[in-house]
Write a protein that binds this ligand. Structure first.
Ligand code: NAG
Ligand code: NAG
Ligand code: NAG
Ligand code: NAG
Ligand code: NAG
Ligand code: NAG
Ligand code: NAG
Ligand code: NAG
Ligand code: NAG
Ligand code: NAG
Ligand code: NAG
Length: 616
């Protein structure tokens, strides 16, 4: 009897060789009250850190600043939200000469590899780690926080911070320099959780789905295009379930809707790109979100949160490894506060499939546009139309889509009849076939014939679809009928200006839609409105923020402000022209960069969040 057995200790562990796979998942530290994440792999080592040797007795990591050209001026670093004065504990001067401030401790060793300027941590062995700042996702916009593994795959960020939500890590903006090759270098992007990212699970807003399927082996092309251009993917973002339209309180059973920061902070975010809209409106540390728009899923969140958001022409980039709602209608688009960053990201994502051009239509056609400045929202809309008309030296006129269609097609049913069921039919029939069918089969096979939980809205829609005898082909026939008419009338192409006209309709008018309201049972999205035009005609439909207007909040009992936005449409394939026009309107001061926070115009802290809490 061995000694261990005599002592009652199992000897199994000693008899066989145990090779536990232990690997570092990075480190978390706080510097002057701000949380940081250090990715597991050092980026360089500095020989002999004699000058700070004593400090390692207090802490395993010392924050340092790398200055790349010898001269170092704090003022040029302070725009970065990751760097802070705590990193001046020591300075490493790449390239020689002295810093402007002679009171800094300068490291005399030399680094094994070239380092981009910015904040770093060094350990006693001289290993140098990047500094990623940890922010709290206080608005619940993310489903998973993400860190690149450096081999094309991603992992869940193993870090936390105050806020009862995920911690999101962002790298210093100082590390990156935009180049022709990497136009999105350092741009921080969030991804709607319907796009696969290699190494991560996808949820599609459904818990059963998240756990049923293995982590993705591929990255969806729209995401890969952004990564290839240098974008830093910082997380997966909240989607309503299977990208259907859901409203808070009643419908979001599996996961909670994200929080809209505007006004009283309790307005619905719209869906389905709920997290992308809410996150972009809330966080200055997030630059762009990738959403998807089948029937309004980018435009809705952009309208109610006062952001730039685009539904592109249909078919600009492959949607492989992306959950379908209706492939004949699905599109990937971007949400941003700044139209310049937005356009850069679009150029990278759509590549040669968009062509930037600067000859613009001289004809503006408006759909149900206000004609009198009877309230502040209408005043903003009227001013905007006037500004654009003047800028383009164009003429504008009102256009009535249903009336014009009727006049051009006297023998057909009214447009509202032709289009009434088309959207509902296409999304339900296609999603039942492409998503529900394999999902139910795979789940039943694994769990002894059981059905997975599905939220009320997708369930009601799928159930309606099951009962329809009309087919996908019937839906496509009506869609094609409308598209052929639209692309020869108000959305016709032009040889000289890409699109014959610029079509505008009202996006949002600061109308309150508080999220604490109990609603009726979920229904099916019948009907036709201006927002369905681009869906059926496959044309670009972009939201631009114009300002904000007051409303009386039922939540705060106070006057608050919500966004006013407009939608711009042009002929199919003219996305590049529209992006460029919006950039020019921005440069001319007609459109403004939206701010993060309570107001898209003045910024400001989200109501429940106080400025004195540093790490938010
Ligand atoms: C380094 O200095 C050169 C020449 O002054 C300048 O062009 C370059 O932008 C500097 N690089 C950095 C990272 O500051
Ligand atoms: C030099 O650095 C020290 C320490 O960070 C700081 O207190 C001081 O204000 C700096 N002086 C100048 C002129 O920037
Ligand atoms: C451009 O569109 C074509 C056809 O849809 C597609 O095959 C190609 O991958 C797209 N290009 C990019 C960069 O996504
Ligand atoms: C705009 O309307 C005016 C007057 O009706 C006309 O003279 C002008 O040619 C029009 N301009 C364009 C670009 O159609
Ligand atoms: C458009 O025309 C239809 C009739 O086809 C009418 O019912 C509707 O009120 C008109 N809309 C506007 C905004 O004038
Ligand atoms: C649209 O279809 C729904 C469901 O069949 C029906 O209740 C509604 O009356 C229809 N509306 C129009 C304008 O045809
Ligand atoms: C197509 O339009 C016809 C009217 O012309 C309508 O009866 C039918 O329901 C529509 N089908 C779909 C799938 O929208
Ligand atoms: C489908 O049709 C059946 C039989 O008419 C009906 O009982 C059921 O409520 C319908 N389901 C939906 C979701 O419309
Ligand atoms: C107009 O729409 C029809 C039907 O979808 C399509 O076949 C055609 O290519 C479109 N033409 C243009 C110029 O977009
Ligand atoms: C808010 O309510 C007050 C009192 O009913 C009213 O006078 C005021 O016009 C309202 N303000 C807005 C922005 O609706
Ligand atoms: C937009 O139009 C309004 C009203 O005419 C005017 O006051 C404002 O200066 C214009 N803005 C720009 C940037 O041209």
């Amino acid at each position: 009897m061995g000694l261990y057995e005599a002592l009652g200790i199992a000897s199994i562990a000693l008899a066989s060789t145990v090779n536990a796979a232990v690997s570092s998942t990075g480190f978390t530290v706080a510097v002057d009250g701000i949380d940081y994440f250090l990715p597991p792999k050092p980026v360089a080592s500095i020989s002999g850190c004699e000058e700070i040797k004593a400090s390692f007795k207090e802490s395993p990591f010392i924050p340092i600043t790398v200055a790349s050209n010898g001269t170092f001026d704090v003022a040029s670093y302070s725009y970065d939200d990751v760097w802070q004065t705590g990193f001046l504990e020591a300075v490493y001067l790449q390239g020689g000469s002295a810093p402007v401030n002679s009171s800094y401790t300068v490291l005399s060793g030399s680094a094994s590899d070239a380092l981009a300027p910015g904040p770093y941590f060094v350990n006693a062995a001289g290993q140098v780690y990047e500094a990623w700042r940890l922010y709290s996702d206080v608005q619940g916009a993310f489903t998973e926080s993400v860190i690149a593994n450096g081999d094309g795959s991603y992992s869940v960020l193993p870090a936390g911070t105050v806020g009862q939500k995920l911690a999101i890590a962002v790298p210093s903006r100082l590390y990156y320099m935009k180049t022709a090759d990497k136009p999105l270098a350092g741009v921080r992007v969030g991804i709607k959780d319907i796009y696969d990212i290699k190494g991560l699970r996808t949820s599609n807003g459904n818990r059963a789905w998240y756990w049923l399927y293995a982590p993705a082996k591929n990255t969806a092309p729209p995401v890969q295009n952004l990564i290839d251009a240098g974008a830093v993917i910082i997380g997966k973002m909240i989607t309503s379930q299977f990208a259907n339209g859901e409203t808070a309180t009643a419908d979001w059973v599996d996961y909670h809707e994200a929080f809209n920061p505007r006004g009283d902070g309790y307005q619905d975010t719209s869906s389905s790109s709920s997290g992308g809209g809410a996150g972009t409106a809330s966080y200055s540390w997030l630059d762009v979100s990738l959403g998807s728009d089948t029937g309004g899923s980018i435009r809705g969140p952009s309208q109610v949160q006062g952001l730039f958001g685009n539904r592109p022409s249909h078919g600009l980039v492959s949607l492989d490894h992306t959950m379908p709602l209706s492939p004949v209608l699905d599109t990937p688009g971007l949400i941003a506060r700044d139209p310049v960053t937005w356009t850069e990201a679009a150029k990278a994502m759509y590549g040669p499939n968009i062509t930037i051009s600067d000859a613009y239509p001289m004809k503006i056609q408006t759909l149900s546009w206000p004609t009198s400045a009877s309230n502040p929202a209408n005043a903003l809309l009227i001013d905007f139309l006037g500004n654009v008309t003047e800028y383009l030296q164009a003429n504008s006129s009102a256009y009535n889509v249903t009336a014009e269609f009727g006049a051009d097609n006297p023998t057909l049913a009214p447009l509202t009849t032709i289009m009434n069921l088309t959207y509902a039919l296409l999304i339900t029939k296609q999603q039942v076939e492409l998503v529900r069918k394999p999902f139910y089969a795979d789940y039943a096979a694994k769990y002894d014939g059981r059905r997975p939980f599905v939220n009320p809205v997708p369930l009601a829609r799928w159930g309606w679809g099951d009962n329809q005898t009309l087919t996908v082909a019937d839906g496509i026939a009506n869609k094609t009928l409308f598209m052929s008419w639209a692309n020869t009338t108000f959305l016709a192409p032009s040889d000289t200006t890409c699109s014959d006209s610029l079509v505008m309709y009202v996006g949002s008018t600061a109308r309150a839609n508080p999220r604490n309201i109990y609603l009726d049972e979920p229904g099916v999205p019948f009907g036709f409105s201006s927002s369905r035009i681009s869906v059926m005609a496959e044309v670009p439909d972009f939201v631009v923020p114009l300002g904000e207007a007051a409303y009386n909040s039922t939540i705060t009992g106070h006057v608050e402000y919500l966004p006013v936005t407009a939608n711009l449409m042009v002929a199919k394939g003219c996305d590049g022209m529209l992006f460029n026009l919006i950039e020019e309107l921005h440069a001319a001061g007609i459109l403004k960069t939206a701010k993060a926070g309570r107001s898209g115009v003045t910024g400001g802290e989200i109501l429940l969040k106080r400025e004195n809490i540093l790490s938010y």
